[in-house]
Design a protein around this ligand. Structure first.
Ligand code: LHQ
Length: 259
């Protein structure tokens, strides 16, 4: 249920169950976990794009595989099931390279929240972000309680989660929920442009930037300054940093190797 394609250091992972708007069944979730873990490990890959095939990005958990209507779902089972999503969220956040969600059409429920765990979001103007959970009496999962208020502020996060109304691509850009909104026909090209810049950038520094920023969300100034010192100590010994300094004095563009 997944198509993975790698070229020029960019891995594009496409969720591919278009007949159900790329709803997550067990197999697609397992395959996505595997593909994302592989992309994280592979040193040749320096940027990851996540997108959906067909009409949209994704419609969340496949509701036909997760029927709670008969009361048969046990709380323990739910947390086990969610654990596989949590693994995905953590791998996306921890991988030492940039991740981009390229979003067209619907991004609902946990599919919406997976986009929030990516470093950047580029949306088409036909994008529809929906915190669909409350519509079916659930709470935002997949890290929504963490990422959403941090991205848009607590007021808007509560509104999105409680009213569960659609947020369009242009509105998402105004809210800071996405980095950029482009006409639908230009989404692929716009995503690739950003991905190419990142894939030929100083990959090690990007990994350290992620660590600094994400840890900064959960720490005080003193701890963040301490971490900054440690990470700068690592950045400064990378080949890419040395190359950038050489390039600066030679008045040319740096050639980064991701090392
Ligand atoms: C679907 C789905 C879907 C199956 C569209 N499943 N078939 C929760 C529980 C526990 C543990 C794990 O995590 C979670 C997290 C969650 O993600 S909860 C939220 C789950 N998602 C939803 O509640 C969204 C359900 N879908 C919708 O509300 C609509 O389909 C949206 C608003 C996404 C899109 O609406 P439309 O553009 O009008 O498309 P559609 O409704 O016609 O959908 C197209 C087809 O896809 C349709 O099938 P059909 O055979 O009639 O063509 C839908 O039944 C199917 N589909 N979402 N989640």
């Amino acid at each position: 249920h997944l198509v993975t394609q790698t070229s020029e250091h960019i891995s594009t992972i496409t969720m591919n169950r278009p007949e159900v708007l790329n709803a997550f069944n067990e197999r697609m979730l397992a395959e996505l976990n595997e593909a994302v873990a592989e992309a994280a490990q592979d040193e040749d890959i320096r940027c990851v794009i996540l997108k959906g095939a067909g009409r949209g990005f994704g419609s969340g958990q496949d509701l036909s595989e997760f029927s709670s209507a008969d009361g048969s779902e046990e709380p323990l089972e739910v947390s086990k099931h969610l654990g596989k999503y949590h693994q995905l969220i953590r791998t996306l956040q921890k991988m030492a390279k940039p991740t981009i969600a390229s979003v067209h059409g619907v991004a609902a429920g946990i599919s919406c929240n997976i986009t929030l765990a990516c470093d950047l979001r580029i949306a088409a103007d036909n994008a529809r972000f929906i915190q669909a959970f409350a519509r079916i009496g659930l709470v935002p999962d997949g890290g929504g309680g963490y990422f959403l208020p941090r991205l848009v502020g607590i007021g808007k996060a509560l509104e999105m989660a409680m009213l569960a109304d659609e947020v369009s691509g242009p509105e998402a850009e105004r809210l800071g929920l996405v980095n950029k909104c482009v006409p639908a026909a230009e989404l692929e090209q716009a995503t690739l442009q950003v991905a190419q810049r990142l894939a030929y950038g100083p990959t090690r520094a990007y990994g350290l930037i992620k660590q600094l920023m994400y840890q900064g969300l959960d720490s005080d100034l003193a701890s963040s300054l301490k971490l900054e010192g440690e990470l700068q100590g690592r950045a400064i010994t990378t080949e890419d940093h040395r190359e950038a300094i050489r390039a600066f004095f030679e008045k040319r563009a740096p050639k980064y190797q991701g090392k």
